[in-house]
Design a protein around this ligand. Structure first.
Ligand SMILES: Nc1ncnc2c1ncn2[C@@H]1O[C@H](COP(=O)(O)OP(=O)(O)O)[C@@H](O)[C@H]1O
Ligand SMILES: [Mg+2]
Length: 142
């Protein structure tokens, strides 16, 4: 894996009111990289989706379980890892939200959105949780 130029880590309790803090954390890091607004918005949306999944699906909002978020700047982009301590899931078995049976569902699109918006997504099932890593390429500033 490419070594990071800079790394920052945030650990939050599993409570949905922590999302604002996560947003500020990601935004602060991205702004310091000089990231453009569109890329920043995309990363913000995706990190929110993944952290919400960790809080709600993995940890069932048990505040004592931490969600860990690591952001790294790389020469060619930004990488974010979200780690939870839940039962884990098989991302390949998640129902396809674009299938006729699910097209009108008001949930189930988070992972699809993340895959669409990011340049790379790695979903890893660990012995004691999940590690999801996303990567967004950042074109050099003109
Ligand atoms: N971190 C996680 N731990 C356990 N299950 C998860 C996790 N993230 C996602 N899932 C499972 O994958 C499904 C799809 O997630 P997602 O696409 O974000 O849709 P939604 O959160 O609206 O259900 C969830 O309903 C859940 O069953
Ligand atoms: Mg979700």
């Amino acid at each position: 894996m490419t070594p990071a130029l800079r790394t920052e880590k945030l650990e939050i309790p599993s409570s949905v009111d922590q999302i604002e803090k996560v947003d500020e954390f990601v935004e602060g890091f991205a702004v310091s990289l000089g990231l453009d607004k569109d890329a920043l918005a995309d990363i913000g949306i995706c990190v929110t989706e993944l952290v919400m999944n960790a809080i709600v699906h993995a940890h069932k909002e048990r505040a004592e379980l931490p969600v860990c978020i690591i952001i790294e700047s790389l020469p060619e982009g930004m990488r974010v890892a979200v780690r939870d301590y839940g039962p884990g899931f098989d991302s390949m078995s998640v129902p396809d939200p674009t299938a006729p049976d699910h097209i009108f569902d008001d949930h189930g699109r988070g992972i699809l959105i993340v895959r669409a918006m990011m340049d790379d997504v790695a979903v890893t099932r660990l012995d004691d949780g999940m590690l999801i890593t996303i990567f967004k390429r950042i074109s050099p500033q003109a």
